[in-house]
Design a protein around this ligand. Structure first.
Ligand code: AMP
Ligand code: MG
Length: 500
């Protein structure tokens, strides 16, 4: 790597000041190296909302800053940026995969944003010592998908890494066919993964580094654990709780990650590494969004169990510090109840139930079973249910018409109506509350596909329009109603692979 020319450091006053705490951990944790930029970059899309997260003015990108374009394409750095690729390991599809690491991601630095510290990372900025067989690049297709989905998830209220921008270059990149290179800039308080901990225990076998990492994570992100009698056990429990919350978020919006390997699990409980993800169209608990996942290990309904499995892998990674397997297992135990409670609360909100009553779980389950049986569109069903009327004789045709088995649906409706009446639920007020819990707009695969298709012809207007729609997922937006329609038939045949 040393033969590479260092990119110029831009001498202009940087728009951000960097403090770089991760970098102070030392070179057991990363390799410092410059980005391999891309020739002739141009903007694809930018997120003003994410710029604000960094403490930049909302109109910062509108200034069309040439320097920013070069920095976010890996061609230059601002003073204070100290690029590095971090090392981690992980379990992939349930099997120990050994050392992985940032094979095409490059950490640029950390800034103090209005909501706390944020790290900035390039994805697709060239080879690193951890690239293994890869080329260090990302293509336009996958970068647009990652960008749109992370911003959409943020707007849905799901914890996630953010995307600041995507740039594209004419540089050709070989995947199944020749595509073009893109660089996606991601933002998160931390990009540390379960796999970072596994690395120091199983690969590097460096307990001192493991302790340094755990102490760093506690001090920077989980300071409340410092006061616990066993801080590392407390850390494990705190991560388990956040991960449980994340799974409830995913399940409640019908999000499938696709590659829940331990190297793709955030220590902060954020959705990270958007690859072959997908949102449910027709409700199918067994839905597999990654067509390379032949066993369905990461099918929609399995995600909460997989996350729990991954937490056990994290516990193994922390064992040299905890040294008490009973304590570690105990720390993971709250996962089940936190997930169940959070899931039930989210489903109650989706059904517009203001109080908690016995029998709610059965009511929720009854609806989901009927939806699965008739393969009802997950998002459309809940959005239409928001208009439900408890009035006698009201057919509620908008939602009823979705079901093939109307009798089964009517039987469920009778229970639902009684349940709503029992808490004196008022239709109009409930509709407002339910619309805030049941998104109208999600990033369906076919919407992303259409935007990507146009972007590949050099027209980014659809990608940008889609961002604007997805930034307000709960609003009616009548001018964009078509984005909330059922997916077209061809959407069923979209195959999203790991290749990105
Ligand atoms: P993913 O499945 O995308 O989470 O990636 C798994 C591992 O492969 C990570 O260590 C990535 O950095 C690495 N990787 C994926 N694609 C590439 C690529 N094109 N070049 C280099 N490394 C890659
Ligand atoms: Mg990954």
């Amino acid at each position: 790597m040393s033969a590479l020319p260092l990119p110029p450091s831009l001498s202009d006053a940087p728009p951000l000041s960097f403090r770089n705490r991760f970098q102070t951990l030392g070179d057991r944790f990363y390799t410092a190296l410059p980005a391999q930029g891309v020739p002739d970059p141009h903007w694809v899309i930018t997120s003003d909302a994410c710029a604000i997260e960094l403490g930049l003015p909302a109109d910062w990108f509108q200034r069309d800053d040439w320097h920013a374009l070069q920095v976010f394409s890996g061609n230059a750095v601002w003073p204070g940026m100290q690029p590095l690729a971090s090392v981690y390991s992980g379990h992939q599809f349930g099997v120990w995969a050994g050392q992985l690491g940032d094979g095409r991601a490059l950490w640029l630095g950390e800034v103090d944003g209005p909501n706390g510290p944020q790290e900035i990372q390039l994805k697709g900025s060239g080879l690193t010592p951890y690239s293994r067989m890869g080329d260090g690049r990302a293509v336009l297709r996958s970068s647009i998908r990652e960008f749109l989905c992370s911003e959409a998830m943020q707007a849905l209220g799901v914890p996630t890494t953010r995307s600041l921008c995507v740039t594209e270059s004419p540089l050709p990149v070989r995947r199944e066919s020749i595509e073009t290179a893109a660089v996606c800039t991601r933002v998160a308080p931390s990009f540390i993964r379960f796999g970072h901990f596994e690395h120091f225990t199983h690969t590097a076998q460096d307990v001192d580094a493991l302790r340094t990492l755990a102490d760093f994570v506690i001090d920077a992100y989980y300071p409340q654990c410092r006061d616990a009698s066993q801080p590392y056990v407390a850390l494990l429990e705190a991560v388990a709780r956040r991960t449980a919350e994340l799974m409830a978020h995913w399940q409640s919006v019908g999000f499938c990650h696709g590659v829940m390997n331990t190297d793709n699990m955030s220590i902060l409980g954020l959705t990270i590494d958007y690859g072959p993800f997908g949102f449910l169209d027709a409700f199918d608990p067994g839905h597999i969004c990654n067509h390379s996942d032949h066993q369905g290990r990461y099918a929609y309904a399995r995600q909460p169990d997989v996350a729990f499995w991954n937490l056990h892998a994290l516990a193994q990674g922390l064992m040299p510090l905890i040294d008490d397997s009973d304590a570690a297992l105990e720390a993971l135990e709250p996962y089940k109840a936190v997930f169940a409670d959070s899931m039930e609360a989210k489903m109650r909100a989706k059904l517009g139930l203001a109080t908690r009553q016995d029998g709610d779980a059965a009511l929720i389950d009854g609806l989901l079973k009927r939806m699965a049986q008739d393969r009802i569109d997950f998002t459309i069903a809940f959005r239409r249910l928001s208009q439900f009327s408890t009035a006698d004789g009201h057919e509620n045709a908008a939602v009823r018409d979705l079901f093939l088995d109307r009798e089964a649906f009517d039987a469920w409706v009778a229970q639902y109506r009684d349940r709503l009446r029992a808490e004196n639920s008022i239709d109009d007020a409930r509709a407002v509350a339910m619309n805030a819990a049941n998104p109208k707009y999600i990033l369906r695969n076919h919407l992303a596909q259409e935007a990507i298709h146009q972007a590949q012809q050099g027209d980014f207007s659809e990608t940008r329009r889609l961002l604007k729609v997805l930034e307000r997922p709960f609003d009616e937006q009548p001018e964009h109603a078509a984005y909330a329609d059922f997916p077209p038939d061809w959407a069923q045949h979209i195959e999203v692979s790991c290749s990105s």
